[in-house]
Write a protein that binds this ligand. Structure first.
Ligand SMILES: [Zn+2]
Length: 251
């Protein structure tokens, strides 16, 4: 597609990355957004040369953006073989979800204490946009806005290290969902996002944390992280087709 060159003139509207506006920030923001929107599949090769052409910048700038994404564990830098979009294993996915729960709990508690009315209104506006995206069938934008909701909430918590940890966790979650989601549902429910904002606005920490944990349970339950359900062992996968000698196997 030809829309790729435009973005450098019109910086990405994605959260923080676009703000300072250096070239590597912008490249970073676009790749990050493509991962959040699940337009870039896990395992995709990220050629410095191709990206340099697409964005009209030097390979040094591409490399800087990629190494920042690698720092957030959404891109893998392989020595002499270039960068790829990470493809988390089941075990890695479990670890990410474990951390995500911890972080979301802390963020929710802090947001109850610190979120301003203005921030809560912005969050509500995001949820409306999220709902509208899904209802007009723009799943990519909906998924990205779902992720951005969680990033915005982290900002409302007012703890900078949590924001950067959350950034990495949200994009890794997006990758995991792209890889493991069963069915074609969205991973976040905007109704749940709205309820969460209400509880935060009511400064009801217990209720807000309960809702957030419930929300995490839902995301979890939509994923197929059952190790036994998928395999890369062809013999195991097709074992039902293999002839079993009547008594021989169990001896
Ligand atoms: Zn959510």
């Amino acid at each position: 597609m030809n829309e790729q060159l435009q973005p450098l003139k019109k910086p990405a509207r994605t959260g923080k990355a676009g703000r300072s506006g250096t070239q590597d920030d912008i490249v970073y923001a676009h790749i990050f957004e493509a991962i959040l929107e699940q337009r870039l599949a896990p395992g995709t090769k990220l050629s410095e040369e191709a990206l340099g052409e697409i964005f009209g910048v030097s390979r040094t700038i591409i490399r800087r953006a990629l190494s920042r994404l690698a720092h957030e564990s959404v891109v893998l830098l392989r020595p002499n073989r270039g960068a790829v979009v990470a493809s988390p294993t089941v075990e890695e996915a479990r670890q990410v979800f474990f951390s995500r729960r911890m972080v979301e709990r802390a963020i929710t508690e802090l947001a109850v204490q610190h979120a301003t009315h203005e921030q809560l209104n912005e969050l509500r506006q995001m949820v409306r946009e999220e709902r509208d995206s899904f209802s007009r069938g723009d799943r990519g934008a909906g998924i990205r806005l779902s992720g951005e909701f969680h990033l915005k909430l982290a900002e409302a918590a007012g703890n900078a290290p949590l924001v950067s940890f959350q950034r990495s966790l949200v994009s890794q979650t997006s990758l995991i969902i792209a890889q493991y989601e069963s069915g074609n549902r969205s991973h976040c429910s905007y109704d749940e996002h709205m309820q969460l904002i209400d509880a935060i606005e009511a400064r009801d920490a217990q209720q807000a944390v309960n809702l957030m944990m419930h929300h995490m349970d839902h995301i979890d339950s939509k994923l197929n992280l059952d190790e036994d359900s998928a395999s890369d062992d062809l013999h195991a996968v097709f074992s039902h087709l293999l002839k079993k000698p009547k008594a021989a196997a169990k001896g």
